[in-house]
Design a protein around this ligand. Sequence first.
Ligand SMILES: Cc1ncc(C[n+]2csc(CCOP(=O)(O)OP(=O)(O)O)c2C)c(N)n1
Ligand SMILES: [Mg+2]
Length: 804
Amino acid sequence: MSEKFAEETQKLSYKEFKKEILHDYNIAVVSRECSILGRREVLTGKAKFGIFGGGKEVPQLAMAKAFKNGDWRSGYYRDQTFMMAIGKLTAEQFFAGLYAHTDIKAEPHAAGRQMGGHFMTHTLNEDGNWKNQLQQKNVSADISPTAGQMPRLLGLAQASKIYRNIDALKKTNTFSENGNEIAWGTIGNASTSEGHFFETFNAAGVLQVPMIISVWDDDYGISVPAKYQTTKENISEILKGFQRDENGKGYEIFIVNGWDYSKLIDVYNQASTVARNEHTPVLIHVKELTQPQGHSTSGSHERYKSEERLDWEIKHDCNTKMREWILSIFENEEELISIEKEAKKQVNAAKRAAWNNYLHDIIQAQKQILNLLKNVSEKSENKPFILKLKNELATIKDPSKKEVLSTARRALRYLIDENSAERTQLQHWIENYNKEQSYNYNSHLYSEAKSNAKTIKEVKPTYNENVTLVDARVLLKNNFDSILSRYEEVLIFGEDVGEIGDVNQGLEGLQEKYGKLRVADSGIREASIMGQGIGMAMRGLRPIAEIQYLDYLLYGLQILSDDLATLRYRSVGKQKAPLIVRTRGHRLEGIWHSGSHMGAVIHLLRGMYILTPRNMTKAAGFYNTLLKSDEPALIVENLNGYRLKEKLPNNIGDFTTPIGVVETIKEGSDVTIVSYGSTLKIVEEAVKELAQVGIDAEVIDAQTLLPFDLNHDVLKSIQKTNRLVIADEDVPGGASGYLLNEILNTQNAYQYLDSKPITITAKSHRTAYGTDGDYFSKPSIEDVFEKIYALMHEVDPDTYKKIY
Ligand SMILES: Cc1ncc(C[n+]2csc(CCOP(=O)(O)OP(=O)(O)O)c2C)c(N)n1
Ligand SMILES: [Mg+2]
């Protein structure tokens, strides 16, 4: 027993001491039994895939002891023991997750949407409002991409720093008590090879935030050993340079073996004191862990581990070692044997209960369909076919919803020519079942709460009689000023955002006014800037995280796509992170400054709003709208718009731009042109020239790509013009392909078209540099003119004679 641990335990009576250790041992054993039976459930076909926490139990017990209410975890799929130890996972819930039970009460971690092993706690109430995070232990919803949990971890930790250091936020709130909360990260040894790990690690050292990263080191990443993962095969060794010392702030680093229960408890205590009190980040390298059942249910580790390694793993299994240690103190094996036997029984019973609970509703549905098919077959000419389907379904002992519904849908086809009450019943049953299940599998991509961003009403900008024209960046700056003064929880950060007030001075002077924490410069690290925003937004702050140029969003795109955009969906509406991402793009210069890839963005970021304001008044209005609601969004400002003159509204901070509403900026009768962002300027010029030859175009600004035109105003325009042109500067089939699908399929506009719909886009390659590079890469005024002219030539060749 280590000294510190002995000291601690002296405070407990022997009885309490023993009780606590046996309680922990019990959790470890129950957790292991879950892993063992879980694997069996997959191998026998009852569950699809399993990834478990066997071999990592003991350090998680220690972490759970130091984890307090208000704290946050951002971890990965090995942490079932931790979840059990903080009282947020039962054995029955573990199996419900494995079976993908869609009832959130039975499976509170994802209602079956995520593979087992991906955990969360609920931070939102039924109405979508925040719960009190100080009264519970908080677990941010896990994701599968290795190290994807790291960027978010930075923001979760940074939030404590913000709450501790910004006076206005110190008033009692439900998120933080003076910033005393720790953000706990867990990561596998091999996943530390990812850039996200190193980027986050460095950033947390720079920011000095209360973050503790535990590396669960089992020497492998699936089959690939440490030799190919980590320099010197040792993550704490190579991170030594981060150790804080007299030369500067940095990390506290601990190294401990994962089977050493008492030492682990010491280390986690020390680590939490350092992080909580001093806001110093900590690394705990937990070594000598094992994976007794291999990586996942997809394979067996005997394929790639040597005999010696397998033998070593048996001897160093953390549960076995903990057992040996307990026996060395208490010398009573009977008690342990009884705990082990009881755990087996308990887990078996939990498994059975979870299975029966999961199957119950499906079996009900199966019975209903068997009954309906029997009834409907009686009078049907296709009786034998329907009965065949019925009998096949009847033989399935453990049916899936798919089997039940697919049988019903196929049976309905046999009744196309028949009319009966039974047929109607069957139709209704299918419709209802589909509706019910669609809620289970398809809900909550966006907020379904009353406060969702689509419901925020438009407030138009208003102007004084003698309106002043200003550089548009001044309008934007005044609006950010207003936002920062109205919302104390708003923070704006990114590269060059602080001291110079962003590269286009949309935030000029605001750091001076609001301080270095609220308007902050960040390192060049887009992925963790996104993560910082996500984590802070999860803790009640309202971050506006800036990506300097749209092209560099790609560095952060993975985390936005995998983490932020999926958050509400994967948590079934139980978590949110209303982060606003600010960037600028469109019509820039050169291959990596062209700012055009909106198609890539809108396809990867379903779950966020993607907004493309055509000027800074519209952009400012979007910020104001978003801050009134609680959903994540990306706003792409026009880089070439900051120096253009705009009218300065007198209701700065109040006016809003509605989400999902297009704007007709010029009416016309011959053709509808839909565009957005900087391309609109080109379109507007071309339209003036088209007017000179008698072509009257209607121009619609899409404004918000996600969601697009909820009122179907484009359809109304096409009903009038019967012709559609979509113009943008993305690649062919990029955002224009998306818009085409929205207009033709979703809005059903195809039926009103008298001409082939056309898209005018950039070339497939990225944009060449310079004025001429732009001219030959992206659509020009002449391109737009000629394409629309050619369209009209096809309609009326006599009036619009061929140009070429
Ligand atoms: C970005 C990404 N790449 C690959 C994978 C597939 N994958 C899942 S787990 C894993 C190994 C992780 O090893 P380690 O971090 O050591 O954690 P362990 O499973 O050993 O606890 C890999 C390659 C993934 N999930 N995400
Ligand atoms: Mg590993």
